[in-house]
Design a protein around this ligand. Structure first.
Ligand code: SF4
Length: 627
């Protein structure tokens, strides 16, 4: 087997058992790695009782997976997955950093974590040496202190184990929000990187798992054709370097003004508007705070990351740029158009281990309820949540992370919080939420028709509101969820797809693995297979929320309201056209008119076991025959 170590590390926290398991090559050929492999492992291990598994129960498994391209293709990432406490389906949530490369060099393609530790712990991996260590001294600590303590301890352990003078290990960790099972909690990497979609920080917290440290001293796995891989790495790096100049200069933060002003697709005050002309919020205003302007994840010549720092009330504020999504969700969506305030909130979010997109989304929702008088100062425990009020939003963020007062309801995430508040206020408040399948819509609106997203993008995505994985036609569109699935399974950065020649990724995976994964095979067989299982798990959902096929493949109500300002004023999503496009999307994937993979499609994809399971266990409810 090439490109893989062929082994997964399995850690059962309840029984303190550590095992290595071999992965079948045939499984890897079909599911590749990352999100694809996660879907397969989840289906095989807990699919049969999926609807009864609480994502916070010890039965849920947390998957930390690399892919064959990790370490080779520019821009290494790691994919985090499991049963999502947001959607109750599966989300492949990727984050940058060296973790995936260290893990592969330690001899593992991934980690499967099950059970629940009795007391807070962290997992330390140094090649084949694996230990579950006590973490009570860092439980409750924020990002900076957690990371500093763990890096010191990691270095000391590496020295003690006579592993040479290695630099610090790679770390994935959670903040106070994850510890309290806040459904908006992210798994953090470095100080400022977050795997936010899915809520897997809360899954780590539910397992009493504060962090995972890994150091690998071995080489990356052998590849099928080393000369070809070397040639392709040079070629990909050259293309990324030459074709991503603007991205290198500004990063996604460029969007801070562009998406608001040019494409009219930036969330403003809970998406009540999507256009602004606040020049104070253009990237050049953020640039003033950059102390590191060309920073990249492992092996990435694009170097789109930037680090901003400044001092506020003698506190060191550090944040990565912020990227566009956080400029929007922790800025314009809260009526904040001041870079300093936005960087401050981004830094706070990172410190507490929250997802900036999901948190900024729910803050906007609460802001609108406050504006409309539905929620009062008393409901918010004294917080005056007017648009642009930095201190009020910062206070609410802390209340969410620590589940204090109203924060305890909001910590349940936008969908569940809206249901609860609707009950309290005896009003339908779901209509003010801008989410899909309980996952915040990414900061790229669809009403103007000028951004890369469109009518069906979020409504039909198997990852809900995830802006990186949107439903799109044709299925092989560079932004489609099937294309992104390749990168999430690879596991490498999708941004670099924009820079390289179309066929380079297919040559790359062949040179690494030796397998003939062509474009046709990916879009007609491999991606639909993964997506079909992911879709079925999403529909089965449970135990607290289940999505109704078709009915819940819906846009937020706000997207059917006309844009009130800007050059795209008056545009909205046309329901009839949306429904037609949704139908076409299902058809293209071989799904029924309700968006359920048909038994014929599943059989064609070799998923006979899935068909049998659905027929026997849930009376065929999710199959064409009775749906
Ligand atoms: S393009 Fe940017 S986000 Fe992607 S790997 Fe490179 S530096 Fe990281």
């Amino acid at each position: 087997m090439y490109g893989y170590t062929g082994k997964l590390l399995e850690v059962d926290l309840s029984n303190k058992k550590i095992n290595e398991i071999k992965i079948d090559e045939e499984i890897l050929k079909q599911y590749i790695g990352g999100r694809g492999l996660a879907v397969k492992i989840l289906w095989d291990r807990i699919g049969i009782k999926w609807d009864s598994i609480n994502p916070f129960s010890p039965e849920n498994i947390l998957l930390i997976l690399t892919g064959p391209l990790t370490g080779f293709f520019p821009g290494g990432r790691i994919c985090i997955s499991g049963k999502s406490p947001q959607s109750n389906g599966v989300v492949g949530s990727t984050v940058g950093g060296e973790f995936g490369i260290e893990l592969k060099c330690a001899g593992y393609d991934g980690i499967i974590i099950s059970g629940k530790a009795e007391t807070p712990c962290y997992i330390f991996i140094s090649d084949s040496y694996v230990e579950i260590k006590r973490a009570s001294h860092i439980w409750g600590k924020g990002g900076k202190e957690t990371l500093k303590t763990l890096l010191n301890e990691g270095r000391m352990m590496l020295q003690k184990n006579k592993l040479g003078k290695w630099r610090e290990p790679a770390v994935l960790y959670i903040g106070p929000a994850g510890e309290r099972k806040v459904r908006l909690a992210a798994v953090m990497s470095k100080l400022t990187h977050a795997a936010g979609y899915g809520g897997y920080g809360a899954v780590m917290g539910s397992k009493n798992l504060k962090a995972i440290l890994v150091k690998g001293t071995g080489p990356l796995p052998e590849v099928f054709n080393i000369e070809e891989v070397n040639k392709l790495i040079k070629c990909a790096c050259k293309e990324c370097y030459e074709n991503q100049a603007l991205f290198r200069q500004w990063g996604t933060g460029y969007g801070g003004y562009y998406f608001g002003n040019v494409t009219s697709s930036e969330p403003i005050k809970n998406w009540q508007e999507e256009w602004h002309e606040e020049k104070s919020y253009s990237v050049t205003q953020f640039e003033r705070f950059w102390v590191k302007r060309y920073w990249g994840d492992f092996g990435c010549p694009t170097t789109c990351l930037k680090i901003s720092t400044f001092k506020m009330n003698s506190e060191n504020i550090v944040s990565d740029n912020p990227d566009y999504e956080l400029q929007a969700y922790l800025g314009t969506n809260l009526g904040i158009f001041n870079p300093v305030e936005n960087i401050y909130l981004s830094s706070l979010i990172d410190e507490l281990g929250l997802c900036g997109i999901n948190t900024g989304n729910i803050l906007g929702f609460v802001g609108e309820l406050y504006e409309k008088g539905i929620l009062t100062k008393e409901d918010l425990d004294g917080v005056e949540l007017t648009w642009g009020n930095l201190n009020a939003f910062a206070l609410l963020i802390k209340k969410i992370a620590y589940r204090e007062d109203i924060g305890d309801i909001l910590a349940e995430g936008i969908y569940r919080a809206a249901l609860k508040l609707s009950e309290i206020k005896k009003k339908d408040l779901l209509k003010y939420t801008v989410q899909s399948k309980a996952i915040a819509i990414g900061a790229h609106g669809v009403r103007s028709g000028l951004d890369y997203t469109d009518k069906i993008s979020y409504a039909c995505s198997t990852q809900g509101g995830d802006h990186t994985s949107v439903a799109k036609l044709p299925l092989d569109h560079p932004n489609s969820e099937l294309t992104v699935l390749f990168y999430d399974s690879g596991v490498v950065c999708w941004f670099n797809d924009w820079a390289i020649q179309k066929d380079l990724k297919w040559k790359f995976i062949k040179a690494v693995t030796g397998w003939d994964i062509t474009e046709k095979k990916w879009y007609e067989e491999l991606a639909p297979r993964i997506l079909s299982i992911q879709r079925i798990l999403l529909l089965i959902g449970g135990p607290d929320i289940k999505w109704i096929p078709l009915k819940d493949d819906e846009n937020p109500q706000r997207f059917y309201e006309p844009l009130p300002s800007g050059p795209a004023k008056g545009r909205y999503v046309d329901r009839k056209k949306f429904e037609e496009e949704r139908k076409e999307y299902y058809k293209a994937l071989g799904w029924s008119e309700k968006g359920i993979p048909t038994s014929e499609t599943l059989m064609k994809l070799g998923l006979n076991d899935v068909v049998q399971f659905l027929k026997q266990k849930i009376n065929g409810f999710y199959l064409d025959s009775t749906s």
